[in-house]
Design a protein around this ligand. Structure first.
Ligand code: PLP
Length: 416
């Protein structure tokens, strides 16, 4: 057995960027979500158990027995061409029209974020994100040592008037914002959807300040009510198609185990990203892409989306109903129309990180809000994921949280 060395002898050797590499609180807390005794509202784990495994087995067999010489081989760094044609079909359902050459396939959405950060961010650059924002993105950006400008979010998404003020302020100082990162549909972590009006406005801002929007859309197809809002990419395509880099992932449409994501961008940007893929992992797993090609070649895949929607919408309803029934005055939460997450705000005097200890003792987990801000905000906020637990467990878990919060409020008030 190797001995456990606790003193970091190699500190003088690490690159400066290691100082800016953080373990996401989400990933740390994910270890809790696998404990069977814990009701976990922590991880955004999709319900992969609902997939038709015998169909998947058929696709895997075909990838191996018929197309093995391709599936088991290195592939193109831009992605496996036949699979890209299927991605075009998938995106068309969200009214995004692109050519194969505008797409690069990545090892999950997470690698897409890292590659985009790698090609755009120099140390000390400025990037704009939602506050709160997807922690995996912010952590990925941080390792390239930028200044992160977090712009507050309300029930209509990122506050574009504040984004405008910040962009103006920075431009006055001669600072170029490298990109604006948004998750416009049922955002991770806030659950809110960017309104059409604000989509148009943020696109206008990107054009005015000569920057790009990274539109990250893993949840757009998981809508449980209302009508879809055009993607910012679609709005941009109606103009000059220069200011939006669109990205998504199969993690929520199929399964995260495949580790497939993709980016749509103008060809010159795709070329830079291709160099990034060549340096990072040569190509995304050809085997995964071939299986995914089989999966999306069967029109039945859309039924899986329908069954995901049924499962998640029932869970969302269970969480929203129980929050409304049991949570005390002074607490508020977002009303997501899709996706995986509800954003919870507690009274200002409560600290969601401190409460987590009691919650875990009560066998419930969630992610405290500070993990989703780049600047320490979010102390009285939390992300509740409703995607992974049964409606019964959700009701039980929310009731437990409510009892804990009520007790804390009672204690606080008794000392005032
Ligand atoms: C907004 C957002 N972007 C990117 C990712 C990364 O996804 P992937 O599993 O494809 O790496 C996630 C995962 O939860 C996400 O929520």
């Amino acid at each position: 057995m190797s001995k456990k060395i606790t003193f970091d002898f190699w500190k003088h050797l690490y690159a400066d960027r290691v100082e800016n590499m953080y373990s996401s609180e989400i990933r740390d807390l994910l270890s809790l979500s696998v404990r069977p005794d814990i009701i976990s509202f922590a991880g955004g784990n999709p319900e992969v158990r609902s997939l038709n495994l015998s169909k998947l087995e058929k696709y895997i067999k075909r990838s191996l027995m018929v197309e093995g010489s391709t599936s088991l081989q290195y592939g193109s760094s831009e992605g496996y061409y036949p699979f890209k044609t299927r991605l075009i079909d998938v995106m068309r359902l969200e009214k995004i029209e692109v050519d194969e050459e505008d797409i690069i396939v990545t090892t999950g959405g997470q690698q897409a974020l890292d590659l985009l950060a790698k090609i755009f961010i120099n140390t000390g650059d400025y990037v704009m994100v939602e506050a709160p924002s997807y922690a995996g993105a912010v952590n990925s950006f941080k390792s390239y040592q930028p200044n992160i400008v977090g712009v507050e979010v309300d029930e209509k998404g990122i506050k574009v008037n504040i984004a405008e003020e910040r962009l103006k302020e920075l431009a006055r100082k001669g600072i170029q914002v490298k990109f604006i990162y948004v998750v416009p549909n049922f955002s991770n972590p806030s659950g809110v959807t960017l309104s059409l009006e604000r989509r148009k406005k943020i696109l206008k801002l990107a054009k005015k300040y000569n920057t790009v929007i990274i539109e990250d859309n893993p949840y757009g197809m998981l809508r449980y009510e209302g009508s879809p809002i055009p993607c910012i990419k679609e709005l941009d395509a109606a103009e000059d198609d220069m200011n939006v880099i669109y990205m998504s992932t199969l993690s929520k449409l199929l399964a995260p185990g495949f580790r497939i994501g993709w980016i749509v961008a103008p060809h010159l940007i795709i070329q830079k990203l291709t160099l990034g893929v060549q340096a990072a992992d040569l190509c995304t797993s050809t085997f995964s892409q071939r299986i995914a090609f089989e999966y999306f070649s069967d029109p039945g895949w859309i039924d899986n989306i329908k069954s995901f929607i049924n499962i998640y919408s029932e869970r969302r309803d269970a969480m929203l109903e129980t929050l409304a029934e049991t949570f005390p005055p002074g607490c508020s939460w977002s009303q997501p129309k899709g996706g995986f997450f509800i954003w919870l705000k507690l009274p200002e005097y409560l600290n969601s990180k401190e409460l987590l200890a009691d919650a875990i003792r009560g066998k419930v987990a969630y992610i405290p809000g500070t993990g989703f801000y780049a600047d320490g905000r979010g102390k009285n906020e939390a992300r509740l994921a409703f995607c992974s637990e049964s409606p019964e467990n959700i009701r039980k878990g929310i009731k437990i949280l409510s009892t804990i919060i009520k007790e804390k409020i009672r204690l606080y008030k008794s000392f005032k």
